[in-house]
Design a binder for this molecule. Structure first.
Ligand code: MIC
Ligand code: SF4
Length: 646
């Protein structure tokens, strides 16, 4: 049978199940990555599994999110992560090295391998032909301990690329085009596989921009073939032996196909407040821009930032616009600096930002009230920038640089554009900020784990109650993101301290949530979250399940729940119900008393339950589809509680 790329990699890693779309399979994980904002909990969970050292081919612990270090918390986290890496055989990427996805692509990713990361943009690795998947920290901890990763065998969509991008149009516009077709919901369980003659015209950083932002579609991952372009990139990274060719067989089958003619693309923007609200840039030309930020794991490669520097060379940024640039890695900073390109940026008036996540997660550079901010990052959810009223647009580096020069939405094709930036034959190689490479996979049993006061504990779930007797503690609408559920930015430093972080659950949606939920919990009532379509979009942060669990949330009832968040809910013992009839959503009000008799029996059985709404005397059906493994987790109170029992 001819196979597509996804089938090739999955079948080579299959340890359980069959590749039948929708059915649960388990795959072997070759590499893992964690980052500091999710990594402390992942490492705490890994520690609790009692395994002497990591059992993957490679596990890298990156520090890139929490680098602001206001107060002791971030530094405590870094010290803890470093000591765990040393003890258990992870490679540790020190702060200052760069953003996990850019670094992993540069230094470790391998075509044909599997990568599991505790960050939703892990699919960046698909740019060099990996099956790279984002997951909750505990799933990554299990993989580090040698366990397989469970997922629904995906449906594969082929994105057929034709032609060649015109000057001034780049990879960001390609993925925005795909987002304009598929949107940010309804793509659960799919993988997007890129193919066609246009692939060869895109370099690795362009491919990685596209697979990175596949996360915004809600797909499981995205993947490109591995070809001569991939080989040249790995060679320039001093890693040619890691290369292997990878392409779909002639006649391979796909569930659906979308054709993108690269030659006919124009610059696009994602409008506030969703990466799926895509519109042509032409609609906004001339409108004033207050801020331009270039960087994030989507667009911070050597190619992207050199293009920006060349566009700004010899010019000045517009007087009223604030412009910041954050490189994706130290390699990119070094390359730009050796080529004098940092001079071009600085001389134009750009603020050089740390090569870390920084602005992308609302850690700093929040715009002013109602400001218009153009960013090359991947998410523009309301309030994520740190300013609730700001209007954030997602754009390509070229469109961002054009706005930096004019202070307004400007079509980069109307400016003098540099010629296409090619990757160098050899990148600057300096791995000195990667520690413990020599003990990778072995560790150092004598290393002491450093636990400062910010290092808390992972909350343990309790077995599922016989019946649900609860309150609809909150009712939210469609497309509620994990940034709504568990804000980052200023609150990010509490990632390792669940009792404290739990204070901010739904902080900007309902500031009373914490008070109400904890009062219900203390009165012996369960909390229930009622939601619309696509609940839990965005990040992989398991805190969006862990903190609600801590507040006594036992169930979510939604019209639809996104993949990573659904898995996180189950891992933390919260039942992810969906309405059998979505119209029933309208019959519940926040504050209603809700009951499900025989909740455990429902989970042991077919997953269909009747919810009694005591406030208005109505009842309605909800359901949850579960594998045997997921049923066990829910009944025991989550994955960790299950491991503890064993
Ligand atoms: C994000 O971009 O939202 C993050 C911050 O990288 C998250 C991870 C986290 O919340 O720590 C993600 O994408 O998974
Ligand atoms: Fe970091 Fe932003 Fe990428 Fe998340 S999306 S990993 S916060 S750069």
């Amino acid at each position: 049978m001819p196979q597509n790329i996804v089938e090739k990699i999955l079948s080579a890693h299959l340890v359980e199940g069959e590749l039948v779309a929708g059915k649960e399979i388990a795959i072997r994980i070759d590499q893992t990555l964690t980052q500091d904002a999710t990594g402390t909990m992942a490492d705490l969970q890994f520690e609790s599994m009692g395994v002497p050292c990591v059992k993957t081919d490679l596990s890298v612990s990156y520090v890139d999110h929490n680098t602001i270090q206001v107060g002791f918390e971030n530094a405590d986290d870094h010290d803890y992560l470093e000591s765990v890496a040393r003890r258990y055989g992870e490679v540790f990427s020190r702060p200052g090295n760069g953003i996990c996805h850019q670094l992993h692509l540069e230094r470790f990713g391998k075509p044909g391998a599997t990568l599991l990361g505790s960050d939703s943009h892990t699919p960046t690795g698909g740019g060099i032909g990996m099956i790279a998947i984002g997951a909750g920290g505990i799933d990554v901890a299990v993989a580090m301990a040698g366990g397989p990763f469970y997922l629904a065998s995906p449906k594969v969509t082929r994105i057929w690329l034709e032609g060649r991008l015109p000057a001034g149009v780049s990879a960001k516009d390609v993925i925005l085009k795909v987002l304009s077709k598929y949107g940010t919901k309804g793509n659960v369980g799919k993988v997007f596989e890129y193919a066609g003659p246009g692939v060869a015209t895109l370099n690795v950083s362009a491919r990685a921009t596209i697979t990175n932002m596949g996360a915004e579609l809600g797909v499981t991952t995205s993947v490109f073939p591995s070809d001569e372009v991939t080989r040249a990139f790995l060679k320039a990274q001093g890693r040619e032996p890691d290369w292997q060719p990878l392409a779909a067989d002639e006649g391979a089958r796909y569930e659906e196909e979308f054709v993108v003619d690269l030659s006919s693309l124009e610059p696009l923007v994602a409008c506030p407040h969703s990466p799926g609200s895509v519109a042509p840039l032409s609609r906004f030309i001339g409108q004033k821009v207050n801020q331009v930020l270039i960087g994030s794991c989507t667009n911070s490669s050597y190619r992207d930032l050199k293009t920006v520097a060349l566009m700004l060379r010899g010019r000045k940024i517009a007087p009223h616009v604030e412009v910041g640039v954050a490189c994706g890695s130290r390699q990119v900073v070094e390359m730009l600096s050796r080529e004098g390109l940092l001079f071009d940026l600085i001389s134009a008036g750009v603020r050089l930002l740390e090569n870390a996540c920084g602005f992308c997660i609302g850690n700093h550079m929040s715009p002013g009230t109602e400001a218009v901010s153009l960013r090359t990052s991947n998410r523009n959810f309301e309030g994520r920038s740190g300013t609730q009223s700001a209007k954030v647009f997602l754009v390509s580096p070229e469109t961002a640089a054009a706005a930096a020069l004019t202070g307004a939405f400007t079509d980069p094709r109307t400016l003098d554009l540099p010629s296409q930036v090619e990757d160098p034959a050899a990148f600057e190689l300096d791995d000195s900020l990667f520690l413990y490479r020599e003990t990778a996979g072995v560790g150092d049993p004598s290393a002491q784990i450093v636990r400062g006061p910010n290092i808390g504990e992972v909350p343990r779930g309790v077995p599922l109650p016989e019946r649900l007797d609860g309150v609809a503690a909150i009712k939210v609408g469609d497309k509620i993101t994990t940034d709504h559920i568990m804000p980052a930015g200023q609150r990010l430093k509490y990632r390792s301290n669940i009792p404290q972080y739990a204070h901010y659950v739904f902080e900007h949606v309902d500031p009373e949530f914490y008070g109400k939920a904890s009062r219900n919990r203390d009165a012996g009532l369960h909390n229930v979250i009622v939601a619309g379509e696509s609940y839990g979009q965005g990040s992989s942060r398991e805190h969006a399940a862990m903190c609600p669990m801590y507040l006594g949330v036992k169930a979510v009832i939604a019209k639809g729940i996104e993949r990573i968040h659904r898995a996180n809910l189950i891992n933390f013992g919260i039942v992810p119900f969906v309405f059998c009839d979505p119209a029933d959503y309208d019959r519940i009000n926040a504050g209603d008393r809700l009951q499900i008799a025989g909740l455990r029996k429902v989970i042991e059985g077919d997953g269909t339950a009747v919810v009694e709404d005591l406030a208005n005397g109505v009842s309605f059906k909800v359901c949850v589809e579960l594998s045997a493994r997921q049923r066990t987790f829910l009944l025991n109170g989550g994955l960790l509680a299950t491991v503890a029992r064993r």
